[in-house]
Design a protein around this ligand. Structure first.
Ligand code: ZN
Ligand code: ZN
Length: 468
């Protein structure tokens, strides 16, 4: 049992309130959060208490009251903390069975590192986002296998960027075949600048050669992009009318803006990678946010199947190629949704359910593949799966047209791998000072209101909260 502490929690209305909290551990080593002296949240087993040193504010925190997780909560997930031995650690935010060290029969957690499937564990809590109290309070409970030691030589403002840097690096690493290409980062906010830093670090590290172009609106972030390794920057005017069609082979969209996503589709000639979301209908799609949460892709249809495909759902008219039925399980979309969901709940070879591919011929079926039942966090696809679009001239949505007419592929990603991110932050001398370059506002934990106001303004690149 830990001593009670006080922290500022975020209310459902978006206000800050000081509350008394306590983490108490039961007989089975399960933790319960007590709020104002009464049990408030069951947090489960496999967690260790950490004393928070600092925690960054990101776009997810600014949008937190619009996300579908319970409030009030102490939020904050970009945490630098100390363990019970006084060692400095950063914390991976997904409290899955695997991260908690629990030997549960969960296919996502047992799938190993392949595709980071454990980060999609359906029973996960998420530090500072979903149930688990976050790093804007003085104490957190962290999944015991999700702690990564930070060398004392790494400056704290750089260490605190490990979580968002890991996410940026994961986006960069999930873009295939960068060699020899022109790559644009659209949006030079926190995530955009971290993506530039991650691209430049990977280029130094891998020996791959590609061109990095930063696309932003304001001078200071554009200067920072150059400092972080962009080869050039271009100013975006209006909705990007000054940028030619198909100018970049790859576009990493970090803007979180529906209009900018349409621009990204237009200025790309090969792939658009989507990194942030806003919950708004975009480019003819309702479910773009869950697409990123599940790290799904959208591509043009091809007759040839990749070798690792096990299950395909065919929602388009006509017949799938006969060879597909020999290679994998093909489920036709005429089946009632309940049958479809039942078949898809059968595990694939690694135990994880869901289709590898869904074939569609209209935008509404893209939405259906991503979230077939409104209000339920269920997909026809397994995490990392792809939706293939059949030719359909009648479909007018900008996403459909970009994929169908010009062969654009859409990829997406969410969290990242801490181990790899930390190894780069520690090992690449140019990244050691990432914090010094990007963190331009510091606040104490009692100043959250002020800190959030600053973090929402365009004058702020990155704000970090320090515990007193
Ligand atoms: Zn974040
Ligand atoms: Zn699990």
């Amino acid at each position: 049992m830990l001593e009670p502490f006080s922290a500022l929690e975020l209310s459902p209305e978006g206000a800050w309130k000081q509350v008394a909290l306590q983490f108490r551990q039961g007989q089975e080593e399960e933790w319960t959060l007590y709020r104002e002296g009464v049990p408030f949240e069951e947090l489960g087993r496999g967690l260790v208490p950490l004393q928070v040193e600092a925690c960054g504010i990101c776009a997810t925190d600014l949008a937190r009251k619009n996300l579908p997780f319970r409030l009030p909560q102490v939020i904050g997930h970009e945490v630098l903390a100390k363990d019970s031995h006084g060692n400095r650690v950063v914390v991976e935010i997904n409290a899955s069975h695997r991260a908690r060290g629990l030997d549960e029969d969960c296919p996502y957690c047992k799938a190993g590192d392949r595709g980071g499937l454990h980060r999609h564990c359906p029973e996960r809590q998420v530090l500072g986002i979903d149930r688990l109290p976050g790093g804007f309070g003085p104490w957190i409970l962290a999944p015991k296998n999700a702690l990564f030691a930070v060398p004392e030589t790494l400056p704290p403002d750089t260490a605190v960027l490990c979580e968002p840097f890991a996410a940026a690096l994961h986006a960069v690493d999930s873009i295939p075949d960068k060699h020899g290409k022109r790559l644009a980062v659209l949006g030079l906010g926190r995530l955009g600048l971290l993506s530039i830093a991650a691209l430049a670090a990977r280029r130094r590290d891998s020996g791959e050669e590609f061109e990095i172009v930063g696309l932003g609106r304001r001078k200071r972030p554009m200067d920072l992009a150059l400092e972080l390794g962009a080869d050039s920057v271009q100013q975006v005017e209006g909705e990007g009318e000054n940028l030619g069609d198909g100018l970049f082979e790859l576009v990493l969209d970090t803007t979180g803006s529906p209009k900018a996503f349409r621009t990204a589709l237009r200025i790309a000639s090969g792939q658009v990678h989507l990194k942030s979301t806003h919950g708004l209908p975009t480019a003819g799609l309702r479910n773009l946010t869950p697409l990123v949460v599940d790290e799904l892709g959208v591509q043009p249809y091809r007759d040839t199947l990749p070798p690792e495909v096990h299950t395909v759902v065919w929602l388009a008219p006509g017949q799938p190629p006969s060879s597909w039925k020999q290679q994998c399980r093909v489920i036709r979309g005429e089946a009632p949704l309940s049958d479809l969901m039942a078949v898809l709940s059968l595990p694939g070879p690694d135990g994880v359910p869901g289709a590898d591919l869904v074939v569609v011929d209209r935008s509404s079926n893209i939405d259906q593949a991503i979230r077939p039942i409104r209000g339920r966090e269920l997909s026809l696809l397994r995490p990392g799966g792809s939706i293939l679009l059949r030719k359909n001239e009648a479909e007018k949505s900008s996403l459909y047209r970009a994929v169908d007419d010009r062969g654009i592929r859409l990829g997406s990603s969410r969290c990242g791998n801490f181990e790899e991110a930390l190894a780069l932050l520690v090992g690449d001398p140019q990244l050691q000072f990432l914090g010094e370059i990007l963190v331009d506002h510091h606040f104490f934990a009692g100043q959250l209101e002020e800190a959030f106001a600053a973090a929402s303004s365009s004058a702020c690149i990155k704000a970090v909260i320090r515990q007193q």
